[in-house]
Design a binder for this molecule. Structure first.
Ligand code: PLP
Length: 367
């Protein structure tokens, strides 16, 4: 008899962000720049719809793929906002984007299949690829966070199955240009690869717009959700749009795992696409400018074009720098959580202007 948890799970790292949360709980009144969720209230239209669904006793399972009106609403949104042609058969409603990735990756991967991940990356990607038997292959981004296409081409082997992208990007705040997306799609097409495109921050773009690779490449599996745009991270509702074979395979897994996304919150999200979150985005743009202006003279920092993060180079030894911040009550996330190298730190500007100004002062005081 062999005891203990699986080697695959043993090989996963606990999230560095969670560790930061734990540390935060030990500091009195910290300035917490490790936060990855919006600080505005969920729109009342969504809340009312969810409450109404509960009152009307819509509390049981939905079909595995999700309620039809929400799938239809996603089809309409993808057409109008992203120029993506899909039918409801291409849509699966999931337990937010984490749930979507937890279905899409096992649906696509066989043992040893390679998944290209741009470094720095969102914490979950590496761990989920490992969990589902894939091999993460990291392609380092350029200093300005643009894609290094030579490195990308060199990383492709006959085992490569998927390129995983995220734009707007966590942790860098970078937004892929249309030209980059087109070049990437060309490479994926030449090599017959799937592209899994995580577009969870699409509404948080501060310069230019968001361009979805799904509008030009038909082997795209697009994952997105309501968590960030509508400040409902606890509702756990998202969706996948992709080729029929991927959607059917992902639905098969959902049937035996999540079963369906939370029913009342699927109804709540029916109100989402009519809500305008533009005011919040304007507010975040202001806070972004404050951080950039405050730090640009003393730190190696790229402007943030989307999401709500800056990914900043450590001015000196990373471990010491993070500890120095902690000693001053400032929480940031060490880049080692997002990268194979611990060269940068991530700071989120989801916080009050007052706290952000305090943070800027602390950070500048350290250099
Ligand atoms: N993808 C990215 C890039 C994220 O930053 C996050 C959350 O921070 C997620 C996915 C997970 O989102 P959800 O709450 O919808 O599962």
């Amino acid at each position: 008899m062999v005891y203990g948890v699986s080697e695959r799970v043993n090989n996963m790292d606990a999230s560095g962000i969670r560790k930061m949360f734990e540390m935060a709980s030990e500091i009195r009144d910290p300035i917490n720049l490790s936060i990855g969720q919006p600080d505005f209230d969920a729109p009342s239209e969504l809340k009312e719809k969810a409450i109404e669904a509960i009152r009307e006793n819509r509390n049981s399972y939905t079909p595995t793929s999700g309620i039809l009106p929400l799938r239809e609403a996603v089809v309409d949104k993808l057409k109008a906002q992203n120029g993506v042609d899909a039918t409801v058969d291409n849509i699966l409603i999931t337990g937010a984007v984490s749930g979507a990735l937890s279905l899409v990756l096992p649906a696509l991967l066989d043992e040893g299949d390679e998944v290209i991940i741009f470094d720095p990356y969102f914490v979950g990607y590496k761990q989920l690829v490992l969990l589902y038997g894939g091999k993460p292959v990291f392609v380092e981004k350029n200093k300005d966070f643009t894609i290094n296409f030579d490195s990308l081409r060199n990383a492709i082997t006959n085992k490569t199955k998927v390129i995983l992208i995220n734009s707007p990007e966590n942790p860098t705040g970078y937004v892929y240009s249309k030209g980059e997306i087109e070049e990437l799609a060309g490479i994926a097409r030449e090599n017959e690869l799937y592209v899994v495109s995580d577009e969870i921050y699409e509404d948080f773009v501060y310069n230019g717009g968001h361009f979805s690779i799904a509008s030009i490449y038909d082997k795209t599996v697009l994952v997105n959700g309501f968590s960030k745009s509508y400040a409902v991270t606890g509702w756990r509702v998202g969706y996948v749009m992709g080729p029929r074979e991927v959607i059917d395979a992902a639905a098969k897994i959902q049937q035996f795992s999540f079963v369906c996304a939370p029913t009342p919150f699927q109804y709540g999200c029916l109100a989402a696409f009519d809500c305008d979150v533009g005011e919040h985005v304007k507010e975040y743009r202001k806070r972004r400018d404050m951080i950039y202006e405050g730090l640009k003279d003393n730190f190696e920092i790229n402007q943030c074009f989307g999401a709500f993060y800056f990914y900043v180079k450590y001015p000196y030894d990373g471990t010491r720098f993070v500890q120095d911040c902690l000693d001053r009550g400032l929480l940031i996330v060490p880049g080692g959580s997002f990268s194979e190298r611990n060269s940068h730190f991530r700071l989120s500007f989801v916080n009050s202007e007052e706290k952000l100004l305090e943070a800027v002062e602390i950070l500048n005081g350290l250099v």
